[in-house]
Design a protein around this ligand. Structure first.
Ligand code: GRF
Length: 203
């Protein structure tokens, strides 16, 4: 399975996916990294690993449609099977998302459907939940709303602030995303309509 990772920033989840993909037998190969921000730290790391990595600067495009079209063209030129969003901070047009339906994953730093959008750790602390975590889900046009592939939970501890909670969650993100991608790329989880169907050994 040929995978592209889309980033906007430091790319620590990207690194965890690249590392996992080097393990013999891992069912996905990371063949392209794209960023909408030229300054994204993750681009240099990917390039150093020998993975084609480049920016498609959203500021260079007059509209969301044109930016998404450029992204789509780059993905198709590289014959990508599956797209992994990893800290990618742009909202797509519905047309782009529909073109990759069932073939695009995202990681979100909360236990969805709780705490969509940004500042999820502050949202969790404000809500007073005692469990928080992260979710890998299929991408649908509605933000942070797609069918769930995998989740990991962490405790909220007395005295947590958003940073301490984020630090606990990101450790789980780095474990969860490679595991979820393996399920999807290995054919053990797939989207059927609006539900994820798991094969018996995965569930
Ligand atoms: C992660 O917490 C991810 O869940 C969220 O943005 C952060 C990106 O971190 N969407 P990184 O760029 O993967 O280090």
């Amino acid at each position: 399975t040929r995978v592209a990772i889309l980033i906007s920033g430091r790319g620590s989840n990207m690194v965890s996916l690249i590392e996992a993909s080097k393990v013999p037998g891992y069912p996905a190969e990371i063949v392209l990294v794209l960023s909408n921000r030229p300054e994204a730290g993750g681009l240099a790391h990917a390039a150093a690993q020998g993975i084609p990595a480049r920016a498609i600067d959203h500021k260079a495009y007059a509209s969301r449609e044109r930016f998404d079209a450029a992204l789509d063209a780059a993905l198709r030129a590289a014959e990508i099977d599956l797209v992994c969003l990893a800290g990618f901070m742009r909202i797509f047009t519905p047309g782009f998302v529909e073109g990759w339906a069932g073939r695009m994953l995202n990681i979100h730093p909360s236990l969805l459907p709780l705490f969509k959008g940004t500042h999820t750790h502050a949202q969790a602390l404000a809500a007073g939940v005692r469990l928080h975590g992260c979710t890998v889900h299929y991408v649908v046009p509605e933000l942070d709303a797609g069918p769930i592939v995998a989740q990991a939970a962490v405790p909220v501890r007395a005295g947590d602030d958003p940073d301490s909670l984020a630090a606990r969650v990101i450790v789980q993100e780095h474990r969860l995303y490679p595991a979820a991608l393996a399920l999807v790329a290995g054919g053990r989880a797939r989207l059927e309509g609006e539900r994820v169907v798991f094969s018996p050994e995965a569930a």
